[in-house]
Design a protein around this ligand. Structure first.
Ligand code: MOS
Length: 744
């Protein structure tokens, strides 16, 4: 009971999921529901010259074919802007323009899904095509510097010290370009929406969203409704990874179609349609310049990132952020540039910025360590930043030294041989590599409410989300810990915009933000119960000070005389009420200005490369993290290993192939967009160091949603170099790239 928080309890929602009783967005059963199928553009740029829907309309079961010709016009669409980090400009059948491949151009509504699908094939669309540009290579010079880079509002470009001096101070210099491909989130659950209008003009949306409040606000704003007349419900998600943070076009189109047909409409985006209209990670070109002295002191570091954005919206893949703060280098320049292209807007994808950025930076650091003939960890320790070099602020906590040490020991790093290509077993070349992980610690204003019932059970609520990550479970633990009861007495409810407002579940901030609000609500309820007990003549605690009681084993007891106690629910029962409730809020405070707040980690990889065929396998990975208080050792392990496995995916497999002639992704399915299967993943271990951070937030959690992927890709690329002597600076590392000249 004492240590509910942190303990590896099973997911509280697991039984429902195992039984298929957890209802995902598309699965809500709505009387009278109709089925929508989206039609998306087959060209990348131009206009719809003609769209003939007559045969589709005559197809059996069809209720509506909605195109730009008959769609209701939105009052506010012309004003839409990316006003918040999760806003994206959407396309809601308002005009004939096509701005990217797979932009929605029509929706068919029918009595059944089959009828809607059938009719969608009968639409006859003629386009007037224009020349499109979707590639980065060859268009680098068109890049411009955005005002801000990323959701945190960081400056796009920074400079400290004197870079040219730092370059000349160095004895060893390197300058390389590291490239990452387009990557597309592929949550198991596709994006899906059900829109239900009531007779009073209110709208209820069952949506696969990472943020019910943001969804509610954006839908209301675009449809010209009051926010209180829009309700968003999202109890379970089958993954999101950033792709379900924004409110995309299909949500609005579904709502409009439901209004026109006068019945509820449900829409799921098909897997191929998920490649392009729902955000993805832009390809990046990262130019990294570094210089260091012979003893291994970095004197200059420059990281320039170039990526794509759409013609009509701006998203920056902030890959240069880590180079600002990770190493104690006095002379530093970081920049971001984006190139306008005829693509859907790229968007947040797990560890936006840091995932590709730590690949480039940490591969470059490995190259530098190699050039200096230093151990890669020794090189990093020689440049360890004891305060944030960007602004001189102290870290709220930083356990990176301990992560290097513990991770190295756990992995067996001391067995690494420095000479590339020097470890061979038969046909197999074996290499070890490591890299640093880093991800910022953020939180946003959040609120929650807690009730204790007369039967001694607790209901805690917040309008947050569970992406499949464990929010239900960890919030239950935070509350149970505060109440001094077993977690099975606590029910946590989330996923409804009518519940107390919380931020989007993005930026790894749910545990810190909503966890702190739940903690505040639980404490407020304790306070209230304590007040009631100590002022009630019928309570054994009557007359005690509120500060003298504690909540242990389901009882409220006097600290110094534990025999004076009563079950918590007795207080509720005597009150004559069916429950007692309190609310809590939490928001970032002075810590934001006083400290630099990040989670850190060290990743280690062992790769096996077939010397003749170039076939690669990541045999082992160890990630060791310093991420504040770990709220549940089991869900945390899943989150972190999931991130590391994504690092394997990014290193060896993932690439959304943009056909420059067609202007679209051509491998838009899970057969050709490669991700690792179990057989591709060796032993993956996520461990951590105990870290008490008393500055970041009341519960001390840094958030672990994204750090697991950071550094993982570089550790693998560095291990490939150690195995083969071949440095691949262009992801993914596929066997063909290793069939060149070899060190050994
Ligand atoms: Mo995460 S990519 O900020 O949902």
């Amino acid at each position: 009971m004492e240590n509910v928080l942190g303990s590896p309890i099973n997911r509280v929602d697991a039984p429902l999921k195992v039984r298929g009783a957890a209802t995902y967005a598309y699965e809500h059963s709505i009387p009278g529901v109709t089925y929508g199928v989206l039609l998306t553009a087959s060209i990348a740029k131009g206009r719809i010259a003609q769209i003939d829907s007559r045969s589709a309309e005559k197809s059996p079961g069809v209720l509506l074919v909605m195109t730009h010709l008959n769609s209701p016009k939105l009052p506010t669409l012309s004003n839409q802007k990316s006003t918040s980090p999760t806003s994206r400009v959407v396309h809601v059948l308002q005009d004939d323009k096509v701005l990217y491949a797979d932009q929605p151009i029509a929706i068919v509504i029918a009595e059944t899904l089959e009828a809607a699908k059938e009719a969608s094939h009968l639409l006859d669309v003629r386009y007037e095509e224009e020349v499109h540009h979707v590639e980065l290579t060859g268009r680098e010079a068109q890049g411009y510097s955005p005002q801000k880079a990323g959701g945190g509002g960081d400056p796009s470009n920074t400079e400290r010290g004197n870079l040219p001096k730092g370059m000349s101070d160095g004895a060893v210099r390197l300058n390389h370009i590291y490239q990452t491909p387009f990557e597309v989130h592929n949550p198991m659950e596709p994006h899906a929406t059900i829109a239900v209008w009531d007779q009073a003009g209110g709208l209820t949306i069952f949506d696969a969203t990472q943020g019910v409040s943001g969804d509610q606000e954006r839908v209301a704003a675009l449809l010209g409704l009051k926010p209180e007349n829009v309700r968003v419900i999202s109890p379970y998600l089958g993954g999101g990874f950033g792709s379900k943070g924004p409110t995309w076009s299909h949500v609005l189109i579904t709502a409009l179609a439901a209004k026109v047909v006068g019945r509820p409409v449900k829409v799921a985006v098909s897997r191929p349609q998920m490649f392009g209209m729902l955000g993805f990670r832009s390809t990046t070109h990262q130019s990294i310049y570094a210089a260091a002295t012979r003893p291994g002191q970095l004197t200059a570091l420059r990281h320039d990132t170039l990526c794509l954005t759409s013609r009509f919206d701006e998203f920056v893949e902030t890959a240069s952020l880590s180079a600002r703060m990770l190493y104690a280098v006095p002379n530093n320049v970081t920049t971001h540039k984006v190139v306008r292209s005829d693509i859907g807007t790229p968007s947040f994808m797990r560890a936006p910025g840091e995932a590709p950025g730590t690949y480039g930076l940490e591969a470059a650091m490995d190259e530098m360590a190699d050039a200096l003939e230093m151990d890669p960890i020794e090189f990093r320790l020689a440049n360890y930043a004891d305060a944030d070099p960007e602004n001189g602020k102290p870290w709220s906590s930083k356990s990176l030294r301990a992560c290097y040490k513990k991770g190295a020991e756990h992995f067996g790093w001391s067995k690494r041989r420095h000479e590339p290509g020097s470890v061979r077993e038969g046909h197999t070349l074996i290499g070890y590599g490591m890299a640093t992980s880093v991800y910022p610690t953020r939180r946003s204003p959040s609120s929650a409410a807690a009730r204790v019932m007369a039967d001694g059970t607790f209901l805690v609520v917040a309008g947050t989300q569970d992406l499949g990550t464990g929010t239900y479970t960890i919030m239950t633990q935070v509350a149970a810990q505060a109440f001094g009861v077993s977690p099975d007495r606590v029910t946590f409810k989330l996923g409804d915009s009518r519940l107390p407002k919380t931020p989007v579940s993005g930026g790894s901030q749910t545990a810190a933000s909503t966890g702190s609000a739940v903690f505040a609500a639980a404490n407020a309820l304790r306070e209230k119960i304590s007040q009631m007990a100590t002022t009630d003549r019928d309570s054994p605690l009557f007359g005690s000070g509120v500060g003298d009681v504690e909540f242990i084993n389901g009882r409220i007891s006097l600290k110094h005389s534990p025999s004076k106690s009563e079950p918590i629910e007795e207080v509720v029962k005597r009150s004559g009420q069916s429950f007692v409730e309190a609310k809590g809020t939490a928001e970032p405070g002075a810590e934001k200005e006083a400290y630099s707040m990040y989670a850190f980690g060290a990743q280690f990889a062992e790769v096996h490369v077939d010397a003749d065929l170039g076939q690669l396998k990541v045999a082992r990975m160890v990630g060791c993290f310093g991420a504040g208080k770990i709220l549940n050792a089991k869900t945390a392990r899943s989150q972190l290993t999931g991130g590391i496995i994504w690092g394997i995916s990014m290193a060896l497999y993932e690439s959304a192939l943009m056909d420059a002639r067609l202007g679209r992704f051509v491998n838009n399915n899970l057969a050709e967009y490669h991700v690792p299967v179990n057989a591709d993943v060796g032993v993956v271990e996520a461990i951590w160091v105990d870290e008490e951070d008393t500055h970041i937030n009341p519960i001390g959690a840094k958030g672990i949603g994204e750090i697991g992927i950071t550094g993982a890709t570089a550790a693998i690329a560095n291990a490939v170099f150690n195995a083969t002597g071949i440095r691949i600076r262009d992801l993914p590392i596929t066997p063909d790239k290793l069939l060149g000249p070899r060190a050994s």
